[in-house]
Ligand binder design. Structure first.
Ligand code: SF4
Length: 94
């Protein structure tokens, strides 16, 4: 039976993520903005990263981990850091 990421500790989530082959592992430049990135380039880069996340086998772990750590940068589970923050706030209210 698969384990529900919401029932896992943050440390366990992190270990599980690091133990799995992640689609982003070899293309981190797509997931984090280079210095001085222009807005149009950012949108295209984030869209390309989100496409890779869509097929990632650990996407649910990644989303739950990001919701806990509230990253300030990057694409996590196909979401921007800002989107993760909004989704996390909604979860806390519900
Ligand atoms: S879902 Fe998370 S672990 Fe998977 S490719 Fe996207 S950012 Fe990487």
């Amino acid at each position: 039976m698969p384990i529900d990421p919401m029932q896992m500790s943050t440390a366990r989530l992190e270990r599980a993520l690091l133990a799995e082959p992640r689609v982003c592992g070899e293309q981190m430049e797509l997931f984090f903005a280079p210095e001085g990135e222009k807005p149009t380039a950012r949108i295209l880069r984030e869209q390309a990263a989100a496409v890779l996340c869509a097929d990632c086998p650990v996407r649910s772990l990644c989303f739950e981990y990001a919701a806990r750590i509230r990253p300030e940068h990057g694409i996590w589970a196909g979401c921007t850091a800002g989107e993760i923050a909004v989704f996390s706030d909604v979860d806390e209210v519900a």
